[in-house]
Design a protein around this ligand. Structure first.
Ligand SMILES: NC(=O)OP(=O)(O)O
Length: 301
């Protein structure tokens, strides 16, 4: 009997191992990822996919900025919508199973403090000198292990507005791509109308909300490491295989998972299970099949 799954695809499913986001690298990475996803659909699972867009949305924003004297630049939420279309098209072309892409909006709160504290890295890495120059244009940049990256606001996802449409397609047998890049962030005005806002929603947190919204039995967060590790980078490092939400929450609160990498994945897995989801799995993309049967990854119940 197949399961209803939401699978969040990490950057390694979209770009080359070095993070390169050339069209060739993106196409090759998506084709490799869709072999795993196609196997799950062929085995009878209902599969809803979501994906990251950090490198792509940052590159688009930069192109807009560079070409601003020639064509009017578009805002960040437009760039996010464009990445849903581009990455969604690559996924459609790579899958042999009937599939559909839903342009998806994610409701966020206009008063979310995240708008005052940009933390979400987007685009490619730059040198400090280049980052400092761009900071003078009003942008926020932070240093990461591999260099400097622009950071933007990443508010909490409150509702995946187009989840019902995505679920209807899932019920009809399609593999569905939804809430790509965390969904296009929108706020509701006092007049009840929706408008886009300049932000990038975390795709793992959006995936957890999407999985809850469509009644998925499992949330699978596919990344480039086999599992979550307690005490990562220390002599006491310990891979986590089977765990409970209560145990994992304690480790998370104790700071075992890095803020910009494993932290959001663990938080997403926890939110799904703490709100009644049967299980969440954090696994390597190559282990997707084994992760569904419980023989790979970090399984949270
Ligand atoms: N939107 C988002 O979280 O994208 P990345 O996973 O690529 O950072």
């Amino acid at each position: 009997m197949g399961e209803r799954l939401v699978i969040a695809l990490g950057g390694n499913a979209m770009t080359a191992p070095d993070g390169s986001a050339s069209p060739q690298d993106q196409r090759a990475a998506v084709e490799a990822a869709m072999k795993h996803v196609g196997s799950l659909a062929a085995a009878g699972h209902q599969v809803m996919l979501t994906h990251g867009n950090g490198p792509q949305v940052g590159n688009l924003l930069l192109k807009n900025q560079i070409a601003a004297d020639v064509v009017p630049p578009v805002p960040l939420d437009w760039c996010g919508a464009q990445t849903q279309g581009t990455i969604g098209t690559l996924i459609l072309n790579a899958l042999t199973h009937p599939a559909a892409v839903v342009v998806t909006r994610t409701l966020v709160d206009a008063a979310d403090p995240a708008f005052e504290d940009p933390v979400k890295p987007i685009g490619r890495y730059f040198t400090e000198q280049e980052a400092r120059r761009l900071e003078r244009l009003g942008q926020t940049w932070r240093r990461f292990e591999r260099g400097w990256r622009r950071v933007v606001a990443s508010p909490e996802p409150r509702e995946i507005l187009d989840a019902p449409a995505a679920a209807a397609l899932l019920d009809r047998g399609y593999v569905v791509v939804a809430a790509g890049g965390g969904g296009v962030p929108v706020v509701r005005g006092t007049d009840g109308r929706l408008r886009g806002v300049e932000a990038v929603v975390d795709k793992d947190l959006a995936a957890a909300l999407l999985a809850r919204s469509i009644g998925a039995s499992a949330l699978v967060i596919a990344t480039d490491v086999p599992c979550a590790v307690a005490g990562y980078g220390t002599p006491a490092a310990r891979p986590i295989r089977e765990t409970t939400a209560a145990e994992l929450r304690l480790l998370h609160a104790a700071g075992h998972f890095a803020r910009g990498s494993m932290g959001p994945k663990v938080e997403a897995a926890l939110r799904f299970v703490e709100h009644g989801g049967a299980r969440a799995v954090i696994c390597s993309l190559d282990d997707l099949g084994a992760a569904i049967t419980g023989t790979a990854g970090t399984v949270v119940r």
